[in-house]
Ligand binder design. Structure first.
Ligand code: IPM
Ligand code: MG
Length: 355
């Protein structure tokens, strides 16, 4: 089982190191190869997604990804910015189905900014379409750098675009995921304004007819944003496009107390996947050894489950994470009165010990 390990920038290297440590004690035949991606790859090779990194990723069963980005690259021409690396990996590998679970661990109800009764027992699954939408439609209005100076563009636009097959395949993923859960799908769009959303809704209804055991409802994205903080437990599987999914999944993550807890999986139709924490590179705390590695460790568990067919090992990791939380160990982001504050490395060590 070949894994491409791409730690990236910022806290990426610190958190991925802990996940790799956890994978190594499982005693599975895992072959891991590390490569540069994001800002560090730009520094070394002049491109955030070097050919060699992309090749390694495409030839692997799974990619374990940290995070990319740093403010210091904000002035680069867009195709060279670190974020283009993750977008390039998603597009080139065809990783169209992004699973972002938002689970509230019982031990962390107090870490959320919402009232405990609203979020205790929360377990929702956001399925975000990942290779279409305004992220990949035609852009215009790029600012060209001259001597480090950026003359402002007079006009700029991005194109929101979806094709029927793109919506169909993510619809199947959502309905099939719902069949394994509580058999409910909420499709989120903005069909009162956008043509892409009307197509999205129509296709969802059509594909839904093939899944008579799953109940489908629709919600406008602004309302969904509100309902997520008003009554989040009403959701089960939420399926939406790339842009809305980006925003709603960040919102949902905070329901659980910390974005530092949430893993994600991005899958293609061949079973290959890229696994990354839902959070970013957090340059403000990079190098301090305080980042929460649990989202990445839980992403490694998702990798074992979805791409490597190692359900038992995935369950072991998830149980070990539960155990360290029960022991009261917390990185700063999830710390509360009466618990023990630990570093990134101490948290990884504790998970290894629990295993
Ligand atoms: C995410 C991130 C990315 C996105 C960025 C880094 C390009 O926010 O994975 O949610 O917008 O998809
Ligand atoms: Mg995002």
């Amino acid at each position: 089982m070949k894994i491409a390990v791409l730690p990236g920038d910022g806290i990426g290297t610190e958190i991925v190191a802990e996940a790799v440590k956890v994978l190594k004690v499982l005693d599975l035949p895992l072959e891991m190869e590390t490569a540069l991606v994001g800002g560090c790859a730009y520094e070394a090779h002049g491109h955030p997604l070097p050919e060699s990194t992309l090749k390694l990723a495409m030839a692997s069963d799974a990619v374990l990804f940290g995070a990319v980005g740093d403010w210091k690259y904000d002035k680069l021409d867009r195709p060279l910015r670190p974020e283009q690396a993750i977008l390039g990996l998603r597009k080139n590998m065809g990783l169209f189905a992004n699973f972002r679970p938002a689970i509230c661990y019982a031990q962390l109800v107090d870490a959320s900014s919402l009232k405990p009764e609203l979020i205790a027992g929360l377990d929702i699954l956001i399925i975000r379409e990942l290779t279409g939408d305004i992220y990949f439609g035609q852009p215009r209005g790029r600012r060209i750098a001259t001597d480090g100076h950026f003359p402002g563009a007079e006009e700029a636009f991005d194109t929101m675009r979806y094709s029927r097959p793109e919506i169909e395949r993510i619809a199947h993923v959502a309905f099939q995921a719902a069949q394994k859960r509580s058999k409910r799908v909420t499709s989120v769009d903005k069909n009162n304004v956008l043509e892409t959303s009307q197509l999205w809704k129509d296709v969802m209804v059509e594909i839904g007819q093939q899944y008579p055991d799953v109940a489908l409802d629709h919600m406008l994205v602004d309302n969904a944003a509100m309902q997520l903080v008003k009554a989040p437990k009403k959701f089960d599987v939420l399926v939406t496009g790339n842009m809305f999914g980006d925003i709603l999944s960040d919102e949902a993550s905070m329901l659980t107390g910390s974005i530092g807890m949430l893993p994600s999986a991005s899958l293609n139709s061949k079973g290959q996947g890229l696994y990354e924490p839902s959070h970013g590179s957090a340059p403000d705390i990079a190098g301090k050894g305080i980042a929460n590695p649990l989202a990445t460790i839980l992403s490694a568990a998702m990798m074992l489950r979805f791409s490597l067919n190692q359900e038992a090992a995935a369950l072991r990791i998830e149980a070990a994470v539960q155990k360290v939380l029960e022991q009261g160990l917390r990185t700063g982001d999830i710390w509360s009165e009466g618990t023990t504050k630990v570093s990134t490395v101490q948290m990884g060590d504790a998970v290894v010990k629990a295993l």
